[in-house]
Design a protein around this ligand. Structure first.
Ligand SMILES: NC(=O)C1=CN([C@@H]2O[C@H](COP(=O)(O)OP(=O)(O)OC[C@H]3O[C@@H](n4cnc5c(N)ncnc54)[C@H](O)[C@@H]3O)[C@@H](O)[C@H]2O)[C@@H](O)CC1
Ligand SMILES: Nc1ncnc2c1ncn2[C@@H]1O[C@H](COP(=O)(O)OP(=O)(O)O)[C@@H](O)[C@H]1O
Ligand SMILES: [K+]
Length: 477
């Protein structure tokens, strides 16, 4: 299993880090060589995905434009009809300028008509250097393209945040270099990328390990799931405990069922009210009632889900006592309030959706990656900010961006299911951030396994065992 390589392949670089990488890479090979390699990679991708057609390369003033001139050169040499439209020539003396002067083919104006005259537009206007919103002239020109290939980023997509700066075209294909950027995967940017090709342009790999880049795409390889071992016994597989509400019982039952279906050795529910409904839910559950503090004496019962379906009072009683007895807590739903801020500092993982996140931390101006990193650091807790592009942040600065999910997860109780998966992976001994990342992936996989219909939370639960296995086989294949 090539876990280490898989992990570095999943690194996501932000534009500032890419800048640092460039600076160090210049000690090994000239920027012009990197630019030529980048242009070659883009030209190859275009030749792979398109038949010869009329190409217009829209070039900006920086190195993204520089890559564009190289692409134009290569495609023209291959016999494709190519025109170049420069927004503004690069500054004299720059590497992009060297590429610019080497283009001696057709030139045309940077306007809508030039775009209409072409079959395929290559967007080399801005990449990592995008520093402000795209103006109306540039956006009207980009907007006129029916088919567009983006170099590095569709111009206007912020590489760090995925936010659209004014306007961005929808690319059919985006070719980026060295590693993907977070903006390729974060919404709304992700919707503008089309097919993503990540090209090796000769940047030495050791540079990446020298910089402490700590953002990853959440895929198997980032974590390793424990396998079922011949010597397994139920306590080794792990005990998951769920605090069950006295009035609202569905959420805790979903969490417990999820744990039971994705490999927990034993699932306990503590019932604040009657045990009956919990007992009837599954013959596999152990259900306790009575004095909560008595239940906490068993040291083997370490991992607890607290929040789903609980009233404010039930949350207070359970959280305080779980913390006093040093339990590993996954906090969700009603546990996630500003009033509980200090209590959440003692939890292992919290799983807010954006509404709950704002309820705890207030509104924020930072990009979501920065906001969730800050939240994890302030609480000293792993924070899972749920949504279509869930972010998983560790207090030590690691962040994973999860794209392995689809809108079929947007169903009542889906979040409760996630808590059961996280607790299961914690209970079998995984490190907290890795368990959280793996659980989010498995949760998404459960939805993909139901791709031909609309799963409810129970359907997701039925898929969890297979989803967990797929999280391993994906790497072992
Ligand atoms: N990462 C790497 O190792 C390599 C990067 N290369 C390319 O270099 C690019 C980054 O180059 P740069 O740092 O020069 O940046 P860009 O070429 O993306 O853009 C920078 C220029 O655009 C201007 N600008 C930015 N936003 C603007 C806006 N909204 N309206 C008008 N002007 C705006 C800036 O003032 C600056 O002149 C990458 O995207 C990639 O395509 C390649 O050349 C090969 C090597
Ligand atoms: N459009 C979407 N695409 C992918 N995942 C989604 C989408 N909408 C919601 N989800 C996922 O579904 C789950 C919903 O959780 P939550 O909001 O707590 O719902 P509930 O409280 O009903 O359980 C989260 O894991 C979230 O990431
Ligand atoms: K671009």
């Amino acid at each position: 299993m090539q876990l280490k390589n898989e992990k570095t392949n999943l690194l996501l670089i932000n534009p500032e880090e890419m800048n640092q990488v460039d600076k160090i890479a210049m000690q090994y090979l000239p920027v012009l060589t990197l630019m030529e390699n980048a242009g070659l990679a883009v030209a190859r991708a275009i030749m792979q995905f398109y038949k010869p057609c009329k190409i217009l390369v829209l070039c900006g003033p920086g190195n993204n434009g520089g890559d564009g001139y190289v692409v134009a050169h290569i495609l023209a040499n291959e016999g494709w009809p190519v025109k170049v439209a420069s927004l503004k020539p690069p500054e004299k003396g720059t590497d992009a300028y060297k590429a610019f002067v080497q283009w001696n083919g057709d030139k045309t104006d940077f306007n809508i008509q030039s775009v209409r005259d072409a079959d395929l537009v290559v967007d080399a206007v801005f990449g990592a250097g995008l520093s402000r919103d795209i103006d109306d002239h540039i956006s009207s020109v980009l907007k006129a393209a029916d088919h567009l290939v983006a170099i590095d980023m569709p111009s206007g997509v912020d590489g760090k945040t995925g936010i659209i700066r004014g306007y961005a075209p929808h690319a059919e294909l985006t070719v980026t270099f060295c590693r993907a950027k977070a903006g390729h995967y974060l919404l709304p940017g992700r919707e503008y990328i089309g097919k993503l090709v990540i090209a090796n342009i000769g940047i030495p790999e050791n540079i990446l390990s020298e910089l402490s880049i700590n953002t990853w795409l959440n895929e198997p390889g980032l974590w390793e799931l424990p396998i079922a071992d011949v010597e397994d016994y139920k306590y080794h597989r792990g005990i998951v405990n769920v605090v069950g509400g006295g009035t609202v019982t569905g959420a805790a039952r979903l969490s417990a069922l999820a744990a039971s279906s994705c490999g927990a050795g034993l699932v306990h529910i503590f019932a604040f009210g009657s045990r009956d409904l919990y007992l009837l839910t599954s013959p596999c559950f152990m259900v306790d009632e009575g004095d909560f503090t008595d239940t906490l004496q068993d040291k083997r019962r370490k991992v607890w889900v607290c929040g789903p379906g609980l009233t404010e009072d039930e949350v207070k009683i359970s959280l305080i006592n779980l913390i006093k007895t040093n339990k590993t807590i996954v906090a969700d739903a009603s546990a996630l309030t500003k009033e509980n801020f200090d209590l959440l500092k003692q939890c292992a993982v919290i799983t807010p959706h954006i509404g709950e996140f704002k309820r705890i931390f207030g509104d924020f101006k930072d990009c979501r990656i920065e906001a969730v990193k800050k939240a994890a650091s302030i609480l000293n807790t792993v924070v899972i900010l749920k949504g279509p592009d869930t972010l998983i942040a560790s207090p030590d600065g690691r962040v994973a961006v999860n794209c392995h999910a689809n809108a079929r997860l947007a169903t009542a109780g889906s979040g409760d299911v996630l808590t059961g998966v996280i607790a299961t992976l914690l209970a079998c001994g995984m490190e907290v951030w890795e368990a959280s990342c793996a659980a989010v992936w498995i949760h998404g996989e459960a939805a993909f396994l139901h791709n031909n219909s609309w799963p409810n939370a129970m359907d997701l639960i039925h898929n969890l065992g297979k989803a967990r296995d797929n999280g391993r086989y994906h790497v072992e294949k």
